[in-house]
Design a protein around this ligand. Structure first.
Ligand code: FES
Ligand SMILES: [Fe+2]
Length: 391
């Protein structure tokens, strides 16, 4: 099999479908040049996890919120990212803000949950902030002399909203260059119009596995028949077969559905749209998976929790066409329940075993196959950033 790496990426059109069909008919997959050996410390070393957090995760633009989750002015959501409480808002001009949800008086949290509000009142002494983070009110202000309210707003993190997500760097004085970060992945993402999707729902889970190991489960189809054999993923897709394309550090994988074979001998037409013929999954370095299906997208972000081998998964789902009726909402509920069950009861039922394997194993390295090219890419990109040598 010829690897496609190093050649120009195939656009999201019938050429991609053609590549998927050819692989399925030939019974093979895109592959890396060689297997990759990865030292167990890559997954289990807490010192390395600290370096990752300070040098990578707190310095790289992270997609902290989908545009569709805060569609209207004054919408807000509070979420935790790497232990930080973030208040993510849309102000009266429609501009999104990512604010540290810690009061400038003595640190209590002015906001919680989600909703629509112009003001947030800290529960401790009732300092009031607007949804751009500006301090607007201080009870008993004579106690604070001539407090300059402009100097005491909520701390704002660098952020930008594009391609259907609000991206933020978790370090307040850092710079953010999204174009440099995404490179060719920017225009690729733009094709999906995620900003027009309908946000549906989200679930969280914690698991005793490295955040990297968790993400890797979404970068190969090698495990599909074994882990997902009883569910729709295993039943709809062709095992151990994928089209792989690299976009800068990031990648795209197309997992052909079984019905792609029906295209054999036909000429490209509307039904050759790759979005109908394969599950298109992106990895956006460092921590985002976008798993597209013909009806919507799973937005999965995974981050470490205090240890190299413990992670938190945020799994949300957005519909290509926002629901307008109760029937549609009920159908989306069912789809999300099904895909979440696959993640929770299949992938994350298996993954803690890998966590245990890296914590307790006394072998030297893991061996990542040529057919696991997406996993190899994730490891190579991150290992390079944190200075780990691979062979
Ligand atoms: S801590 Fe927020 S008002 Fe005192
Ligand atoms: Fe899986």
């Amino acid at each position: 099999m010829t690897s496609t790496i190093g050649t120009a990426n195939t656009p999201l059109n019938h050429e991609l479908t053609r590549r998927g069909l050819d692989l399925v008919l030939a019974g093979t997959t895109d592959m890396a040049d060689a297997p990759l050996r990865v030292p167990l410390d890559y997954y289990r070393d807490d010192k390395l996890a600290e370096i990752e957090e300070s040098n990578v995760l707190r310095r790289t633009p992270l997609p902290v919120m989908a545009t569709a989750q805060i569609p209207n002015n004054h919408d807000y959501v509070v979420r935790e990212v790497l232990g930080d409480s973030l208040l993510i808002t849309r102000d009266r001009e429609g501009v999104a803000h990512v604010l540290l949800n810690y009061c400038r008086h003595r640190g209590a949290m002015p906001a919680c949950g989600s909703g629509n509000s112009r003001r947030f009142t800290c529960p401790y002494h009732s300092w009031v902030y607007d949804n751009a983070g500006k301090l607007k009110g201080v009870p008993g202000k004579e106690g604070f002399d001539d407090l300059d309210r402009d100097q005491y707003g909520l701390v704002e993190l660098p952020s930008v909203e594009r391609y259907g997500f609000v991206w933020a760097v978790l370090t307040a004085d850092a710079s953010l260059d999204l174009d440099a970060h995404l490179g060719p992945m920017g225009p690729e993402l733009a094709q999906w119009n995620y900003q027009d999707y309908g946000y549906h729902d989200e679930r969280f889970l914690e698991s005793d596995v490295s955040w990297k190991g968790g993400l890797e489960a979404f970068a190969e189809g090698y495990h599909f028949p074994f882990v997902h054999g009883e569910s729709v993923i295993g039943q709809n897709t062709v095992a151990n077969t994928h089209v792989y394309d690299q976009f800068g550090s990031h990648h795209r994988i197309g997992f052909p559905f079984n019905w792609i074979k029906d295209l054999e001998g036909t000429e490209p037409a509307d039904n050759w749209d790759p979005r109908q013929q394969m599950g298109v999954i992106y990895w956006i370095y460092p921590n985002l998976i976008l798993a597209n299906s013909p009806v919507g997208v799973e937005v999965i972000d995974i981050l470490p929790v205090k240890s190299a081998t413990k992670c938190k998964v945020r799994h949300s789902w957005m519909a290509t066409y926002p629901a307008t009726t109760d029937e549609q909402r009920a159908m989306y509920d069912e789809i999300f329940a099904q895909v979440h069950a696959a993640v929770r009861d299949e992938d994350f039922a298996m993954l803690p075993q890998c966590g245990e394997g890296v914590r307790r194993g006394q072998h030297d390295h893991m061996l990542i196959g040529r057919n696991e090219i997406g996993v190899q890419n994730m490891i190579k990109v991150l290992a390079d950033k944190i200075g780990i040598a691979l062979s």
